[in-house]
Write a protein that binds this ligand. Structure first.
Ligand code: ATP
Ligand code: MG
Length: 128
């Protein structure tokens, strides 16, 4: 049996007057890295917002690590291990890619003038 981390099956998402996603199926096996490529308006961001629970009004199913999931918001998807960096939002230029990903998971009092301390993501981003 294939070891799928993520299966997005027959995802359709409508906006008023626009079918942003039309029966999209997207699978990720463990250890794979994918680039989702498409022209402006192709639906890349919408697909990621479906995955992260930002949109709940879609049809189709999400299966994460073999279990059907239906996130009601990004807090739920984050708790399940989904992290999204949206292109439209500013990144913190002084942090690494990994630290930006885990930035939202930081604890309160995480920021000092010398950088980030006591950050949950620090452990995850450590290279040592
Ligand atoms: N909040 C929204 N309300 C209405 N229509 C939307 C909304 N968000 C996206 N759309 C439409 O859905 C379609 C897919 O948009 P989406 O932003 O997912 O594309 P994209 O592939 O991420 O594009 P880009 O490369 O420009 O980031 C487009 O036709 C877009 O105009
Ligand atoms: Mg986009």
């Amino acid at each position: 049996m294939e070891d799928y981390v993520l299966q997005m099956n027959h995802i359709t998402k409508l906006f008023p007057g626009v079918k942003a996603l039309d029966d999209v199926t997207f699978d990720v096996r463990r250890g794979e890295v994918h680039a989702l490529v498409g022209e402006n308006g192709a639906g890349k961001s919408t697909l990621m917002k479906v995955l992260s629970g930002e949109y709940t009004d879609y049809s189709g199913e999400l299966i994460l690590n073999g279990e059907k999931v239906s996130f009601k918001g990004i807090k739920e998807s984050e708790a399940a291990g989904i992290a999204i960096i949206h292109q439209e939002l500013g990144l913190i230029q002084t942090l690494t890619v990994c630290e930006n990903i885990f930035w939202e998971m930081r604890s309160a009092r995480a920021v000092s003038s010398t950088g980030i301390t006591n950050m949950t993501g620090q452990r995850n981003c450590s290279t040592s």
